[in-house]
Structure formats: C-alpha cells, structure tokens
Design a binder for this molecule. Structure first.
Ligand SMILES: Nc1ncnc2c1ncn2[C@@H]1O[C@H](COP(=O)(O)OP(=O)(O)O)[C@@H](O)[C@H]1O
Ligand SMILES: N[C@@H](CCOP(=O)(O)O)C(=O)O
Length: 317
C-alpha cells in the first residue's frame, strides 16, 4: 500500500482551490508504487494523479517536474504537471512537497511482445531528442562514482564468487568512459513498471525521478536489459533488434555507440545489481517495500560478460 501520508477530501479540495482544474469529484489512493504517496484525483474538468513526495526534497524536484512538463509539451506521452495560480509545479500539502499531473490511460506490461519492444525503442529515442533543448542539468547519482563508493559496504554480504565479480566489473568499467558517448537527458529507470501501454502504443512514460544527464546508450541498455529479455535474463535477439531498429529510425546511432554496446549493457546490469543489493541490505527506516531480487541482475551481468561478442553482433545494420 503506498499511501504513506493520508489526504482527506477536504484537504484536497482546499489545496485544489489554488489550481485551475475545477472542483474535486473523486480522490482514491493508489496501492502500487513504492516511493511516494499517490492518489487518483478527478475533478469536473479531468483526471489527474496527485503525488506527495516522501523522500525527494523541494530542491530536487524542479528538474523532474520541469522535465516532464518539457517532454509532454513536445508530445512525449508522459504526465503533464499542472501549474498552480502562482505558476508553480510544486507546492506543499500536509507538510510534503506535492504535485498534480495528468492521468494517462493504459496499463504496464509484464511480458512485452516484439512490437511493443519496438514501440518502446521509438519512444525512448523520442524522449532523447525532445530532451535536447531542455535547459536544466542534473548529474547521474547512480554513476560509476556511486557504485565504486557503495560496493565496499556490499562485499561483506556476498559470497567469494559474487564479491570477485563485483570488484572485477567495477575495475573493468573504470577503464571505459561512458561519459564520452553522445549524451543528453535520460530517464534512467525505464523498466516495464514505469510505462503504460494501450495495445501496441505507448500511452505513458512515468516515474522520472532518476532522470538526469548522461549517455543515451546507457539509457538504452537499462531499458533493453529489462524489456528484451527471456525469463533467465538472456537478451531475446528478435526483441532487441526490433527495439534498436525502432530507436535508430528516430535517432540514428553513431559508430562509437555500436562499439560501446556490450560494455554499456554490462554497466547497466551492474548499476541495478548494486542498487538492489543496497536496498536489500540497507533498507530505509520505515520503508514498506518488497526489495527486488539482486540475483536477477547478477545473472544478467554474468550473461552479458559471457556473450560479449554475440552482443556486438546484436545491433542495427
Ligand atoms: N500520470 C499517471 N497516469 C496514470 N497512472 C499513473 C500515473 N502516475 C502513476 N500512475 C499509477 O500509479 C502507480 C504508482 O506510481 P509510481 O510513479 O510508480 O509510484 P512510486 O513513485 O511510488 O513508485 C503506477 O504504477 C501507475 O499505475
Ligand atoms: N527499477 C528499479 C527500481 C527503481 O525503483 P522504482 O521507483 O522504479 O520502482 C529496479 O527494478 O531495481
């Protein structure tokens, strides 16, 4: 259950007085989601999602909310944050920073088809292009410096083989500079549970709270590692190529990206192996989440290392 901070109808009504979206007709807590308090909120003018941010602070949020506003204004299917009477996308509700965004249709997928993977590839390229003229900057907080700093805390929890893999991969990644790849705004967490689909069409990309400026290829690798995989984490060649071709039609790849593809898939696997290990062994106080399985990304990392040359061929011509 992800209503951590309760909002009554009277409180929502009073808060909405400062927004140009009509009168409250319905307020319903959203059960899924692990980070924030979310409500489906309807007015006589439309359907929205109200979010109270439980961990992010008012100083961190403008990048994410302005980015969503920027992308939605450029026809990326993502929520449009609504400005209040003062023109602000963020204001306080029950002592928490809060925002209200348009509610999108569709549902997330558990088993995407090849054509849905292709649609995801095209939408990701659309996000990367639309982000080119977004003026704000944010460093990636889950970069090489972060996994290097975090890993010493994780090693005591790992068996010898896993500890060796973690240390070796961090060293290997330090020899390669992802930051030299073409870069811009990235979503950085485009897993299946962060995308809504209507049939074969992407109807909504949500949860931009890891978005930052980094290599586009890294974003592609994060997404492919979650979308285009078989049950044991191997890349599904047909789905991967469909994804990459659809992306390439919108933003053509460069030669340097082709060369960096296998290494970047490894970096993306390492990033989520480390964050899942950290969340498992160092849960935040009062956290109500079900930690996600780190071994899934350990398996993916081992697979990407073993299949490096096959991955080099799994590319667009
Ligand atoms: N703008 C939106 N339109 C439609 N559904 C949304 C929207 N934002 C969130 N949701 C729904 O709420 C759920 C939880 O949102 P999410 O952003 O994943 O929460 P959290 O940040 O707490 O993890 C999503 O899985 C989705 O079903
Ligand atoms: N997608 C990540 C977890 C990031 O959290 P969320 O807010 O996107 O659920 C993972 O699967 O490890």
């Amino acid at each position: 259950m992800s209503v951590f901070t309760t909002v009554s109808e009277d409180q929502a009504r009073a808060w909405l007085d400062n927004y140009p979206i009509g009168q409250l007709t319905e307020l319903r807590g959203i059960a899924s989601g692990i980070e924030n308090t979310n409500y489906f909120l309807s007015t006589d003018q439309g359907k929205y999602v109200l979010t109270l941010f439980e961990n992010l602070t008012a100083s961190e949020l403008p990048y994410f909310l302005n980015l969503m506003h920027h992308l939605a204004s450029q026809n990326v299917p993502c929520p449009l944050p609504i400005a209040n009477a003062q023109g602000e996308l963020l204001s306080a509700l029950n002592g928490k920073p809060a925002s209200i965004v348009t509610r999108l249709t569709g549902a997330s997928l558990t088993a995407p088809t090849t054509s849905q993977c292709a649609a995801m590839g095209a939408t990701l390229a659309q996000i990367h292009i639309a982000g080119k003229n977004f003026p704000m900057q944010r460093d990636n907080e889950r970069s090489a410096a972060w996994w290097k700093a975090t890993s010493p805390q994780l090693l005591p929890f790992l068996d010898a083989e896993a500890a060796q893999l973690l240390q070796a991969e961090i060293k290997f990644q330090a020899l390669h500079r992802l930051q030299d790849l073409p870069r811009g705004v990235i979503h950085a967490d485009l897993f299946r549970d962060n995308v809504l689909f209507d049939g074969d069409t992407v109807s909504g990309v949500i949860d931009f709270y890891f978005a930052c400026n980094d290599a586009w290829l890294y974003d592609i690798a994060i997404t492919v590692n979650d979308w285009c995989v078989t049950a044991n984490g191997e890349l599904d060649e047909t789905a991967t190529i469909a994804f990459l071709q659809a992306y390439h039609r919108v933003r053509p790849f460069t030669a340097i990206e082709r060369g960096a593809w296998p290494i970047t898939l490894r970096a993306a696997a390492l990033r989520f192996w480390v964050s899942r290990l950290y969340d498992l062994h160092f849960p935040r106080a009062g956290e109500m989440t079900h930690a996600k399985d780190p071994s899934h990304f350990e398996r993916i990392l081992r697979n990407r290392i073993l299949t490096q040359s096959a991955l080099q061929r799994m590319w667009v011509s």
